[in-house]
Ligand binder design. Sequence first.
Ligand SMILES: [Zn+2]
Ligand SMILES: [Zn+2]
Ligand SMILES: [Zn+2]
Length: 142
Amino acid sequence: MERLRRGGKAAAGFLASSGLRRTDVREAVLQALAGAPGALSHQEIMKRLKARRPDRVSVYRALDAFVAAGFVHCIEVGTGGRLFELADRCSESQCHPHFTCRVCRKTSCLPDVHPDLVRADGYRVERQRVFLEGVCPACAGC
Ligand SMILES: [Zn+2]
Ligand SMILES: [Zn+2]
Ligand SMILES: [Zn+2]
């Protein structure tokens, strides 16, 4: 995953080691996610892959395969949108929190915020995901 972040040709090797068949679209989607500073929507991924003119459905399928394999996490944001990101900044039991601004609608990753894990008697929590809403620093400043 580290190598993926640094870019280059690591995507093909990563796919092979995850047991996924390598396709051009999968490789391109993985590179787009690795090169992104935060989580991307399907539309943003399409924009980053514009030069390759990938088929929308293939991009959806690649994302589904990555989420099923566990190295990409899908974040559902307030308005029913879905964002995708590499899972390397999440721990086993907890995803880093996400903040959605109600003014600009942008969702930010907060990888340095580590809320306590919530415990509930009898419930085995497998992954905690925290979603925050409010006004982001950029919008609060104006
Ligand atoms: Zn996560
Ligand atoms: Zn904002
Ligand atoms: Zn994130």
